[in-house]
Design a protein around this ligand. Structure first.
Ligand SMILES: N[C@@H](CCC(=O)NCCCC(=O)O)C(=O)O
Length: 268
């Protein structure tokens, strides 16, 4: 029996300047924990397409079985929801914005499994017509959803607040039917207006949307504001998210390989 090719998941890179002041160079970066969660949690092969641009999206999507939009210290540029930058000291990544907005919409249109995490969650919402609070902690009645940057990483990514799953949602199933589940929280931006094509799957105690599904999506199309990639193999809730994503990607691989073999199923 022929061995199946690996299940491939595209994770778009961050664009960052690294190096000493005055000698900084542009780098393309992907957080280890995102790639590791795809490999260990989804049992798929993480993939980078350096310098991928809007024009190459369709060609590159034909090569993969899923897309994961990761978190990042950079913010979605507020011009995408018609606002000026509130705090210019916070990092941006307009190159990433341009690719991921188009990529998220292409995944939904083409039925490519899509998982968004933190910044990726925010990107999908804005790409589909929603908006963000730029600094949730400054909004009356809302919590501070940021981490303590001086704390050890284990503390930064430890559960810090509860979320309440929406009854009947996929997130409630991933949480084993729990009425609430505790998650980590490392974000300053947050959903202000949920895009019309999205439906909330969970809220924080202050009402901030913490997870959503794409309405009527042909394939897996979910996003979460928290970080389930953090040691997902140690947390059944986080693990269930990546297991479901991996299953969706393997289903896509079957369809993709059949299409590559042609209508008769024989190699084209
Ligand atoms: N910058 C946005 C998104 C926050 C985010 O993705 N945090 C994680 C950064 C580090 C990591 O990749 O885990 C915001 O502040 O809302």
């Amino acid at each position: 029996m022929n061995k199946l090719p690996p299940c491939l998941v595209w994770l778009p890179a961050d664009h960052r300047l690294l190096g000493d002041q005055g000698h900084q160079m542009p780098f393309l970066m992907l957080g280890d924990k995102y790639a590791r969660a795809v490999k260990v949690g989804a049992k798929a092969q993480p993939l980078l397409f350096p310098l991928a641009d809007i024009g190459s999206i369709d060609e590159l999507l034909s090569l993969v079985d899923g897309v994961m939009l990761t978190g990042s210290p950079s913010n979605v540029h507020p011009s995408h929801f018609n606002e000026e930058v509130a705090d210019p000291s916070l990092p941006l990544d307009p190159v990433r914005d341009e690719l991921t907005f188009a990529l998220a919409k292409a995944c939904v249109q083409q039925g490519v499994p899509l998982l968004g995490v933190c910044r990726g969650f925010q990107e999908i919402n804005v790409a589909m017509g929603g908006s963000l609070h730029q600094q949730v902690q400054n909004e009356p009645g809302l919590m501070d959803h940021r981490e303590s940057k001086s704390a050890p990483l284990e503390e930064q990514y430890a559960p810090s607040h509860a979320i309440i799953p929406v009854a009947g949602s996929a997130l409630q199933a991933w949480a084993g039917g729990a009425a609430e589940v505790r998650v980590n929280s490392l974000h300053g931006q947050g959903i202000k207006r949920l895009a019309p094509g999205l439906e909330a799957m969970a809220h924080a105690p202050d009402g901030v949307v913490e997870a959503f599904a794409v309405k009527g999506a042909a394939a897996f199309a979910f996003a979460v504001q928290f970080h389930p990639e953090w040691r997902c193999w140690e947390n059944p809730f986080y693990a269930a998210i990546f297991e479901a994503f991996g299953e969706a990607c393997r289903a896509r691989r079957s369809v993709r390989l059949q299409a590559a073999d042609g209508p008769s199923g024989a190699p084209a």
